[in-house]
Design a binder for this molecule. Structure first.
Ligand SMILES: [Cu+2]
Length: 472
């Protein structure tokens, strides 16, 4: 299935401005700010003008769901109301919060049944760009539209003219304009690249225009909410600086190679982009999706010009979050995580629910095709138990013919060795790995509890690529 070709659209979408939020009074320490999210059936206009609306599942009925604006350390009570025909949960992706609030059905909480509600209580310790989505049948529920952006504002955010969300998503839409539901459990997709779509949206729209002025400075919060698709994003004629990745500030802002930002599923990047174009200009937001380049939206310059006080080279570094970053890899014994399976390099057999099964049996009986250390799916025993406050080291070996996006719950991790290049110095909650690569990561295991570790290409997760680790 190839992606539909896009053209420049004349229509102007509304700008998803997030900077212009009215200041709120600080809640007292014992009084949490209350939020409510209703997961329900809705309709969204995902396709080109003139095309029908698509039935979706969505938080508060919108795709993406409402953007949550939190402040660092602020106590939150978020009520989930489940009006879906399935159980669900909410995972607060990238937030280093208490394990019991992590939202993983079957590991940190029971799934919330249809018609029921659930309360999440936490205080986000880190400022940055995060997101929320279900962690129950995620490969289906996220693909139906259940996700939203969660922004934790810095105490003194950098001065920008606009703070904008740039959220990409990938949909598989049938001829009737509706989500192709039959493919949610497609064995072909599970064992290959996952369930790739044929429609790419930006902020839930087929094409999103951002109205800017020459001389403005933008903060762009990029998210890849796709369940399988890797995107490489460029802002034509513009040279952004990366200031944060996966919600953690980089120690020194940098210009990405080729002005292109690669985002595996679940990854985020915060950029500073100076609008150096001329009044009246339009610049496309280009997305490489493998063999094709799509135009997902545009920067549309107004007729006026703004005077900018400073230049990108003077841009202040975001303050580091209060995350323990001291690691001593030499003191830790590395835990191996060998990824096997999938099409082109299937394993002969693997263990599933305590039973050693041939790949044929796994596919036929369970729709499983992937394993970590020879174990398929969610094992009874953790991959590893790490001592609280000590360095954890995990050596991930991709022995498959496919890329993967390894997501760590509860902690951000840093590469300390990479088989193909210099290890990246940045803290991330999702590590993109290409076929045959070996990546060793380390982190300070400071957050006690049982944490998921899985591929965020969610067909792969569904097909067996998930495990968990424990911090004692
Ligand atoms: Cu994967």
């Amino acid at each position: 299935m190839s992606l539909s070709r896009r053209t420049f659209l004349a229509m102007t979408g509304s700008i998803a401005a997030v900077g212009a939020v009215a200041p709120q009074h600080a809640a007292s320490a014992d009084q949490a700010r209350r939020l409510r999210l209703t997961a329900r059936l809705s309709r969204a206009h995902l396709l080109e003008a003139g095309q029908p609306e698509t039935a979706v599942w969505a938080y508060d009925g919108s795709v993406p769901g409402p953007t949550l604006h939190l402040r660092q350390g602020e106590s939150i009570e978020a009520q989930l109301i489940n009006q879906l025909p399935q159980p669900t949960t909410i995972h607060w992706h990238g937030l280093r919060i208490d394990n019991s609030m992590d939202g993983v059905a079957g590991l940190t909480q029971p799934a919330v049944q249809p018609g029921k509600t659930y309360f999440y209580r936490f205080a986000p310790p880190d400022a940055g760009t995060f997101w929320y989505h279900p962690h129950y049948r995620t490969w289906e529920q996220l693909a139906r539209g259940l996700y939203g952006v969660l922004i934790v504002q810095e105490a003194s955010p950098p001065a920008v003219d606009q703070d904008l969300i740039v959220g990409f998503d990938d949909w598989r839409i049938g001829e009737n304009g509706q989500i192709d539901e039959a493919s949610f459990d497609s064995m072909h997709d599970i064992s290959h690249a996952g369930r790739l779509g044929n429609i790419l949206t930006l902020n839930g729209k087929f094409s999103q225009d951002f109205e800017v002025l020459s001389g403005q400075r933008l903060r762009l919060r990029l998210l890849n909410a796709a369940t399988a698709r890797v995107v490489s994003v460029r802002f034509a004629d513009h040279a952004p600086l990366v200031i944060a990745l996966d919600g953690q500030p980089v120690s020194r802002p940098f210009a990405p190679r080729g002005n292109t930002i690669l985002l595996a599923p679940a990854q985020r990047a915060d950029l500073i982009l100076d609008c150096d174009g001329e009044p009246g200009q339009t610049s496309s937001i280009e997305v490489d999706v493998g063999r094709e380049t799509l135009v997902a939206g545009r920067l549309v310059y107004g007729t006026q010009r703004r005077q900018r006080a400073n230049t990108l080279s003077e841009f202040p570094v975001l303050p580091a979050n209060p995350m323990p970053t001291d690691i001593n890899p030499d003191d830790a014994s590395p835990v191996d995580l060998v990824m096997t399976g999938g099409a082109r390099a299937p394993f002969p057999s693997a263990v599933y629910q305590g039973e050693n099964l041939s790949i044929r049996e796994l596919v036929r009986r369970h729709k499983k095709a992937w394993a970590f250390n020879g174990v398929v799916g969610f094992p009874d025993k953790p991959l590893a138990v790490f001592a609280n406050g000590k360095t954890a080291v995990i050596k991930m070996v991709n022995r498959t013919a496919w890329p993967h996006a390894m997501h760590f719950h509860g902690h951000h991790v840093r590469e300390i060795q990479h088989s193909a290049r210099e290890p990246s110095p940045h803290w991330r909650d999702t590590i993109f790995m290409r076929p045959d690569e070996t990546v060793t990561v380390a982190f300070n295991a400071h957050n006690p509890g049982r944490w998921m570790l899985h591929c965020h290409m969610l067909g792969h997760q569904r097909g067996g690529m998930s495990t968990w680790y424990e911090v004692g």
